[in-house]
Every structure is written in structure tokens, then in C-alpha cells.
Ligand binder design. Structure first.
Ligand code: CU
Length: 240
């Protein structure tokens, strides 16, 4: 999913570059940067910035040759669709300022959820130009997996703490040591959320049984497994 996202951002840079193609001197003078983002887990990613975009303060950027931007061999189907569509005049269809704002959020936000939402908005604006691009679910909501019972048979939710974005889902799978269930604590959910409605009180006895729930309210959710609450089988869900 992330790869497609990067492709899109890269292409949008490319589009802007194409717009400038008539003026080679201008092209040469415009700086093209890749923003380097280091995730909490140490993984690094490069986000191509729109031509002329400054490196956000406090971040590391790498200059790239203009030729790199036009090298679009091996692009995804979404990329191809975008490129074909963008051969046509796009000035009136594309709100560059808004797009830039979204892309800036993509590269400057420290919040994964904010970044993903901004990417989705940017993709939506681009998709307005290319119907085929809409079919690419690159920014669809995600589903986090939680095992009920560790592989070694411990009575625990694995992982015990899960973080998702608003609109995402969690899928609990009965792994080992069942029966298990998922009961949200009435006092441990955000205000206005009906703990009963998001719980799976029915016990799941068979390995492989699943329970999936979507979460649309931000906040911290505390839940436990009723049969194994005494053994400390509890979990935390953070919705950002
Ligand atoms: Cu349990």
C-alpha cells in the first residue's frame, strides 16, 4: 500500500514537472527534493516533493536529478492511468494549492494517521482526473490483527496494545487456549461509545474463529477476555 502511495506522490511531482517542460531553463533551476522520513521502527522512506517545494524544517532531504522524475518505467497501473489522463490539460481540474497542502501534510506530519488521510485526499484529487485510479484501493482503511492466546499458549492478547486510525478495523482471531472473547470495559472506552455494541461477548471456542469490529471514535479502548480476565488477559486499543 505504501509503495502505491509513494508512486502517486512521485507521479504528482512528475506532473508538475511535465507542466514545466516547455521551459527547460526553468526546469533546470527548480529544485527537486526527496524527503527522508525515519519511522519509529527505524525504517526509512523517501517521499518525492513537488518541484520547488522546500525541505520542511527539521527534516532531511536529498536532491535528485530532473531525469529521475521523468523515469516512470515500471509504474503501477494507477500510475499509468494517471499519466495518460494527465496528458490532457489539467489546470482547471487540479487544485494545486490544496494538493500541495495535502502533500505537505504527508511529508511533515509525525502522525501516521494524518499522513495517510492526507495521502488519501491527494489521491482523491488525482483520481478526479483519472477514473481508473479510483479503482486502486491504495488508501483504503486497514485492519489490524490481534491474536487471542499467544503461539506458545499464553493467555494473552498479542499484541496487547494495538494502534489504528479512525475508520480502521481490528480482527481478533482465536489462536490458542480458547475459548476467548472480547469485552470492552464500560469505563474504559471514549465517551459516547457503547461498550456493549463493540464487544463480542459470545465466546469463541474454535481455533481460527474471528471477530472483526470497525472503530470510528478516537481515543483509548480497554478490553479483556472474560474467561481469562483473572489471568490478566487484557488489551488496549488506541484509535487516532
Ligand atoms: Cu481468553
Amino acid at each position: 500500500m505504501l509503495f502505491k502511495s509513494l508512486m502517486l506522490v512521485g507521479l504528482l511531482s512528475n506532473v508538475a514537472a511535465n507542466n514545466l517542460r516547455d521551459n527547460k531553463e526553468e526546469i533546470a533551476s527548480v529544485e527537486h527534493l526527496d524527503l527522508e522520513i525515519t519511522h519509529a521502527d527505524g525504517k526509512r522512506e523517501l517521499f518525492p516533493l513537488l518541484p520547488g517545494t522546500k525541505c520542511p524544517p527539521g527534516h532531511t532531504c536529498r536532491a535528485r536529478a530532473f531525469e529521475d522524475l521523468t523515469n516512470i518505467a515500471g509504474m503501477t497501473p494507477m500510475g499509468a492511468a494517471l499519466k495518460n489522463n494527465l496528458k490532457q490539460p489539467l489546470a482547471m481540474a487540479m487544485n494545486w494549492e490544496e494538493l500541495n497542502t495535502n502533500l505537505e501534510q504527508v511529508v511533515t506530519s509525525d502522525s501516521y494517521c494524518t499522513r495517510r488521510a492526507a495521502m488519501k485526499r491527494a489521491a482523491g484529487m488525482a483520481a478526479g482526473l483519472a477514473a481508473a485510479a479510483v479503482a486502486q484501493p491504495a488508501y483504503a482503511a486497514a485492519t489490524a490483527d490481534v491474536k487471542m492466546g499467544s503461539d506458545a499458549g499464553l493467555l494473552a492478547f498479542v499484541p496487547a496494545k494495538t494502534s489504528i486510525c479512525k475508520g480502521d478495523s481490528v480482527k481478533w482471531t482465536n489462536n490458542k487456549g480458547g475459548p476467548h472473547n472480547v469485552v470492552f470495559d464500560e469505563d474504559g472506552v471514549p465517551g459516547g461509545v457503547d461498550a456493549e455494541k463493540i464487544s463480542q461477548a459470545e465466546q469463541m471456542g474454535d481455533e481460527g474463529d474471528t471477530f472483526t469490529m470497525a472503530f470510528s471514535t478516537a481515543g483509548e479502548y480497554n478490553y479483556y477476555c472474560e474467561p481469562h480476565r483473572g489471568a490478566g488477559m487484557q488489551g488496549v486499543l488506541i484509535v487516532a
